[in-house]
Design a protein around this ligand. Sequence first.
Ligand code: NAD
Length: 380
Amino acid sequence: MTQAKPAPSGALQTVHVALGARAYDIVIGRGALAEAGSRIAQLAPGGKAAIVTDARVGALYGQRLADDLSRAGLRPTLVSVPPGEGSKSFPRLIEVCDAILAARIERGDLVVALGGGVIGDLAGFAAAITRRGLRFVQIPTTLLAQVDSSVGGKTGINSAHGKNLVGAFHQPSLVIADTALLDSLSEREFRAGYAEVVKYGLIDDPAFFAWCETNAEAIFGPGPARDHAVAVSCRAKAAVVARDEREDGDRALLNLGHTFAHALERATGYDGSRLVHGEAVAIGMALAFRFSAMQGLCPQEDAARVGVHLASLGLPTRLQDVPGGIGTAETLVEAMAQDKKVKRGELTFILARGIGRSFIARGVAAADVRDFLVGELAGA
Ligand code: NAD
């Protein structure tokens, strides 16, 4: 449930991910990056660190982090890939693994992922497989990565067959979420990450959803509401991951909106100029609630409230909102059948009985989904 009040401005908060031998802390707040050197040095005193980043984030923060690590007695090497979803690919993975090996990163050393979800997924997977497993630190620089992808140990790349289909569970040793880094994020990327914040309210925390409705504007600004939103989200994710690290059970709830979202991303060829991941999740969550309402599971008013809130912030909520179109209902259902949340040909969705009352629905009939999408495409 939602923690009572935002922490005062400037105070760092720590969320613990209780995973026994793989437990770690998430340090959250404005200015947390200033402590990165000393905190990372504690993990590998005097060791080497490969900082994997993308060209955009690297230009903004790469040298600052490298200098900080050097001051703390570590020996950093910067490894850069192009920005964007296209870097979650086999060719980039090979490049990053080779760069880590060329930097002579050994088992006692570290990989540091400095960037958004793309970098966390790619660098984390490279760390998981290079030298049969290197420790890594996540320094997420997008809102989406701070509230979602940097926590929980899912790493991986995309395949021609679909998103995130090649990967590994590999928990970070530390996450440092400096919310001041979000000041340089584009409004579009911030908004996309906000969809994942709202997701935690929609899953099982209606009070947090209501808090988001009231405080959205402040979350988009640099004050304590933003830090609070990140901390509540991380606490929610940490609790789910601690219960179900490998997604054998209710971790799947975190996929609310994602079966639709992944199909949309696939249909747009992972073209970030048309649709970025968080935007796809916004549409996916709105669809999941409308589908739930159509199935008689969820009040229409709740589905409408979800759509209204997301749209009020400029997020897309309808298939028609994707520029350039997304094909037919059949092609979308076909794309969902390729998604890894499919077990023995049955579609699994996260549906809702209301705001904050999401549940795992197995064996959803593809025909029902197709009919629903036909109606959505027709503007029903
Ligand atoms: P991203 O990593 O592509 O970053 C978005 C853009 O913002 C990039 O162009 C990047 O260069 C730029 N950027 C990043 N930080 C910046 C900053 N501080 N200032 C200015 N520009 C900055 O996208 P994302 O939305 O962070 O991540 C999306 C990816 O995360 C998807 O591949 C998705 O599948 C993955 N994901 C993974 C998990 C998981 O559990 N592993 C969960 C959710 C999403």
